[in-house]
Structures are given as C-alpha cells and as structure tokens.
Design a protein around this ligand. Structure first.
Ligand code: CTP
Ligand code: ZN
Length: 162
C-alpha cells in the first residue's frame, strides 16, 4: 500500500499551494492571521513537491483573498497557485503574477524618497531576479529597486512592512 501524507480537503475557502518552502508563515502574516485568530487555517511546510523540490501550503477556510493580498504573496512566493474551493471542488485556480515592475504594493525604505513625501507619487519598483545555481538545484532570489531613488530592497525589508 502506498503511504503518503494526506492533508484534509476543505469544503469552502482558499488553498494557497506551491508556496516557496519556508514562506508559509510570511503568507499568514500577509493574510493578517495572527495569534488568537478564530479562522480555520491549515499550514503545511516543507513537503515534497515534484515541481519545486519542497513547498509550503496554506489553507484558509471560508475566505477568498483580496487582490492586494495576492499581489503581496507574489513577492514572496512567485510560484504560488491560488485555488478557490467551493463545496469541495476547485472552482478556480490561478498562478500569482509577479510583474517586472510593481506599483503601490510596497513602500520605499528611503525616508527621503519622493514616493514617501507628500507628492502624489505612487511607489514603483523594478523586480530584480538573481539565480544561484548549486549542483543540480537553482534558487532564485528577488530584490526590488525603487524607480525613483534606486534604493534596493530585499525580501526581508519587504516583509518588515507587510
Ligand atoms: N484542495 C483542498 N480541498 C479541496 C480541494 C483541493 O485542500 N476540497 C487542495 C489540494 O490538496 C491541493 C490544492 O487544493 O493542494 C489544489 O487542488 P488540485 O487542483 O486538485 O490539486 P493538483 O491538481 O495537484 O494541483 P496543481 O495542478 O496546482 O499542482
Ligand atoms: Zn525610493
């Protein structure tokens, strides 16, 4: 008999699948799921995935995500898929989308950047991707360059403000 890890299917809600391994807790942070929450949430970390080696999964019952939440998840888990579940069926599945340029989702860390003044300027960043190859595994890392002041921000800087 084949033995495998089974996580219970949910009846209604959202399954965020193919999350970059290690990012599930940051996804909870983006969804503002905090200690004391009454929401029904399952978190799976570092499970084997054919496509990704390892992945995390977050299931939130009776909730569909806002577009801003999905945009933020794309920053930390660019391969994530958002599955909307109704009555146990996956009724919608889409991959998050990380554009080359992101507007308005994160704030520049430079306090004197024009995007942080009273000027009506929306924050804008170029997504800079670097690929590190180690043996047969490659890992991608993302950074963000402010289009106004060139300040570079990494994922940690971004997570601090999410
Ligand atoms: N899922 C769930 N509850 C359901 C239906 C699905 O928790 N009632 C979960 C599955 O466990 C899976 C995700 O939602 O993690 C997507 O389901 P499905 O599309 O059936 O799985 P796959 O075909 O493996 O998805 P993909 O092709 O995106 O890898
Ligand atoms: Zn800036």
């Amino acid at each position: 008999m084949k033995r495998e890890l089974k996580v219970q299917p949910i009846k209604d809600g959202t399954v965020i699948d193919h999350i970059t391994a290690g990012q599930a807790l940051n996804v909870l942070k983006i969804l503002e799921i905090k200690p004391g929450t009454k929401e029904v949430v399952s978190v799976v970390m570092n499970v084997r995935s054919e496509k990704m080696g390892k992945k995390d999964i977050v299931k939130v019952e009776n909730r569909e995500l806002k577009p801003e939440e999905v945009d933020k998840i794309a920053l930390i888990a660019p391969n994530a898929t958002i599955n909307i579940i109704r009555n146990y069926e996956v009724v919608e599945k889409h991959k998050v989308f990380l554009p080359r340029e992101i507007e308005g989702v994160i704030k520049c860390a430079n306090p004197s950047c024009i995007s942080n003044t009273n000027e009506p300027v929306r924050s804008k960043f170029q997504v800079v991707e670097s690929v590190v190859v180690a043996g047969d595994r490659e890992s991608r890392s993302l950074r963000f360059r402010c289009s106004y002041c060139e300040r570079m921000m990494d994922l940690e800087d971004v997570m601090e403000q999410l």
